[in-house]
Design a protein. Structure first.
Length: 289
């Protein structure tokens, strides 16, 4: 009796597929990271090499762009731009975390007339283009005398206007067992105590996800400050970068790139420090349909 013929092994084929997949992923990563690497290397190049040289490595390392950027522009010191961005970012985080969590608890736990249509309308606002609302919002804030202040940039954050984060938290709260609420009601707790002592601590992953995304989006926001802010001393970092190009006919690319690197560092540090919590929050927030 002849022994059975062994089945051909698939290990070499699987290994080649794995190598091809990893090679493609590395190639894509290099393409995506090239602009970031170019900004970091161009920031330490001599000014005459920034646009004329195609090499990533500078012929000599110079820090003149960073020193010029730190001196500020338009008679405004650089620390003022950083402070303005920090105020807007932290204010946006505080507003979104508080207002969106309260709105999510109301939609997920309270029974009131019109809850379904209101929730549907709120979700529908995600589909509205920002530019569609720009003119009526600007007109409203202009008539109220609030243009060139931070109120138009922060007011909406405290009114739960970011429907994406409300939806994120609603999905999370719906996955919490209602027995916790019922036990608290039996003990005499009202909705405010249930929200503050039971739901809010359990909402921590979704709150962290909201805080991280809000901070990054607010820190990098250019369009909204461009529309509502007019005084250079109130500019955040994205608008301050524009000053290095538009303020004079001689464009200082070295200082602009130096300021770009300095503005990227807080976002990179923030993301690296909280990326584990971001992954945890995205994985446990119940956005599975």
């Amino acid at each position: 009796m002849t022994p059975p013929t062994p089945a051909p092994t698939t290990a070499p084929r699987a290994r080649s597929r794995s190598l091809a997949w990893h090679a493609g992923a590395v190639a894509l990563l290099l393409v995506l990271l090239y602009p970031v690497v170019w900004v970091f290397t161009a920031a330490v190049k001599p000014p005459d090499e920034i646009l004329s040289s195609f090499s990533l490595l500078p012929s000599e390392v110079t820090w003149s762009g960073f020193t010029t950027a730190l001196d500020g522009i338009a008679e405004v010191p650089a620390w003022r731009f950083f402070g303005n961005s920090l105020v807007l970012a932290l204010g946006s985080v505080l507003g979104n975390v508080l207002s969106c969590s309260i709105a999510a608890y109301a939609f997920a736990r309270l029974r009131f007339r019109g809850r379904g249509p209101m929730f549907a309308v709120m979700i529908g606002t995600i589909l509205l283009p920002t530019h569609l609302l720009l003119i009526p919002q600007y007109t409203m804030f202009q008539q109220a005398g609030l243009v060139d202040t931070y109120v138009p940039l922060l007011l909406g954050k405290f009114l739960a206007t970011d429907a994406f984060f409300v939806f994120l938290m609603v999905q999370f709260v719906r996955n919490l067992p209602r027995s916790l609420d019922e036990a608290a009601l039996i003990d005499g707790c009202g909705h405010f105590r249930i929200f503050g002592h039971i739901v809010l601590p359990l909402l921590r992953p979704a709150l962290i996800t909201t805080a991280i995304f809000t901070f990054i989006w607010s820190w990098n926001d250019f369009f909204a400050p461009l529309i509502y802010l007019q005084s250079p001393e109130k500019y955040p970092l994205p608008l301050a970068l524009r000053l290095f190009v538009d303020s004079t006919s001689s464009q200082d690319y070295g200082a602009m790139l130096g300021m770009s690197v300095l503005s990227l560092l807080p976002v990179i540090i923030f993301f690296v420090a909280f990326q584990r919590l971001l992954i945890e929050g995205a994985a446990t927030s119940g956005v599975k349909g």
